[in-house]
Ligand binder design. Structure first.
Ligand SMILES: [Zn+2]
Length: 112
């Protein structure tokens, strides 16, 4: 009897896991799981992670955003620690222009 109850519990857990996959496993979504965000903020010491060749590391700690750094989300970038970074709004905009061009930024700002 105890074994049957244990088996039922295991099956219930398996079914829950199938119905609700962990957000960490769902890396193809634009949604960044809170656990990943916490790790990135801690890694960044709650400041912008952009490093300039001439000015060094940015020290901005306000208006921080998550940036798909290595590979942009629209080009298949994943929500992984290696592909994300915490940057200030200015550096996130700068990276967007580098990745997609200033005309893309103009199109987006006209829609807003
Ligand atoms: Zn910055």
């Amino acid at each position: 009897m105890a074994l049957e109850n244990k088996l039922k519990q295991v099956r219930k857990c398996e079914l829950k896991a199938i119905r609700r996959p962990s957000p960490i496993q769902n890396v193809s979504s634009r949604y960044i799981p809170q656990v990943i965000k916490r790790k990135i903020r801690k890694r960044a010491s709650y400041t912008c992670e952009h490093v300039s060749m001439h000015r060094g590391k940015c020290t901005e700690s306000r208006n921080l955003e998550f940036d798909h750094h290595i590979t942009p989300y629209s080009k298949g970038g994943k929500n992984t620690l290696d592909n994300l970074r915490l940057v200030c709004k200015n550096h996130n905009t700068r990276q967007f222009v580098l990745d997609f061009g200033s005309k893309s930024l103009e199109k987006i700002t006209q829609k807003i």
